[in-house]
Design a binder for this molecule. Structure first.
Ligand code: PMP
Ligand code: GLN
Length: 380
């Protein structure tokens, strides 16, 4: 068989999780919580199954769930979204990104990708015969160098992928970033893939700069969300995409022949759960406490944090501890400290020698405490 992805191996998340299991390490690598999701939501799924909602859902998603999402968008971002024509429920955010890229890309198109980048973007672009154009975010605050974006835009540029809050760094878009983005693409047909799977996991009272707030940007965007990430149930693999009607019409053509429809009882349950505004409003504070707790515990280890403003993650520089490349140091940490992380170079295609590891702090306090104690011991 001729590989369609000859450069691609096994994802870093699988690799590090396996390594963690083999060495009985605490897994702060792959981004998933080790605490129980809200039992109210579990109970709602049980109830939906008992009530007989066990057959195919509508291909675009259960209408009540799409209505609930539209209500949430109106409440949070003051934008009216037509649930009938502009929202599609998908089996997770990763799938929605793939579908959006497949919907718009033709062979030879270029897509601007900021690095470090979530690892699915580039293979998705390549599978569509298009070309990723890389721009490095500015270390150490991982800001977007807008001058470079201006230089790299040309008539082949089909899309820009934006991810805020950002995985792996927790960097976020500011209002100024939005202005730059607006100015740069105003007279172009460029689409935006806006990966907003951490929309609610944003800290320090900062406002999430969703594309949904800006009608001029929204008319060319695919906004991506993940219920798994939002509600601490990553194994659910359920999310959605919002896009203007002409874009969504094409998105749905791809979607209907790929998965056709998603898990019915979970959609029924989420439609009810989204009515409970506090459940999503309290998420940022809840996860921020974990960031702060872990950050404090890490003091004195020699690891230096690079501030995260959102997501499940905080990056730490280890220049004071080792000269090893990050993938080598990450392996050492698993084997000798019993802690799995993700080397941030795994999110780059253009080589970087930054000495940075990503830690997932979406864990029970006991897990974070034990992890920090192991690191204290290792770095002593
Ligand atoms: N985008 C980013 C930036 C992510 O971190 C994740 C994490 N899983 C996803 C998309 C995909 O979400 P899902 O698990 O719903 O596919
Ligand atoms: N988004 C998760 C992370 O960044 C992992 C998802 C996956 O394993 N593909 O850790």
């Amino acid at each position: 068989i001729q590989s369609k992805l000859p450069q691609v191996g096994t994802t870093i998340f699988t690799v590090m999780s396996q390594l963690a299991n083999t060495h009985h390490a605490i897994n702060l690598g792959q981004g998933f919580p080790d605490f129980m999701m809200d039992e109210v939501l579990v109970e709602a799924v049980n109830q939906a199954m008992k009530n007989g909602f066990n057959q195919y859902a509508h291909t675009n998603g259960v209408p009540a769930l799409r209505e609930a999402i539209a209500e949430k968008v109106l409440y949070l971002y003051h934008t009216h979204i037509n649930a009938e024509t502009s929202i599609t429920i998908t089996p997770g955010g990763t799938y929605a990104i793939y579908t959006a890229l497949t919907t718009i890309l033709q062979p030879g198109d270029e897509v601007i990708v900021f690095e470090p980048a979530y690892d699915s973007y580039v293979p998705n672009i390549i599978l569509n015969g298009a070309k990723p154009v890389f721009i490095a975010l500015q270390y150490p605050n991982y800001a977007i160098p807008w001058n470079e974006v201006a230089d790299k835009i040309n008539n082949k540029t089909k899309a820009i992928i934006i991810n805020s809050p950002h995985n792996p760094t927790g960097a976020i878009l500011s209002e100024q970033d939005i202005q730059h983005l607006r100015n740069l693409i105003a007279n172009t047909p460029i689409n935006i893939i806006s990966d907003e799977v951490y929309e609610h996991l944003i800290f320090d009272g900062i406002m999430h700069q969703s594309m949904l707030r800006y009608p001029d940007l929204m008319e060319r965007s695919f906004v991506i969300a993940s219920f798994g990430k939002t509600y601490h149930c990553t194994g659910w693999k359920l999310g959605y995409c919002i896009a203007a009607e002409p874009l969504m019409k094409e998105f749905r053509k791809v979607h209907q022949f790929n998965c056709f429809s998603c898990d019915t009882p979970k959609q029924i349950a989420l439609a009810q759960y989204l009515q409970l505004k506090d459940k999503y409003l309290e998420l940022g504070h809840f996860i921020q406490q974990k960031r702060d707790y872990f950050r404090n515990l890490m003091q004195g280890t020699g690891f230096e944090y690079i501030p995260s403003h959102g997501s499940y993650f905080e990056c730490f520089s280890y220049t004071k501890l080792s000269d090893k490349p990050d993938d080598v140091f990450a392996t050492t940490l698993v084997k000798e400290a019993g802690i799995a992380t993700i080397p941030v170079s795994a999110f780059y295609h253009n080589k970087t020698d930054e000495k940075v590891l990503r830690f997932c702090f979406a864990k029970k306090e006991a897990t974070l405490l034990e992890a920090a104690q192991r690191l204290q011991h290792f770095t002593k």
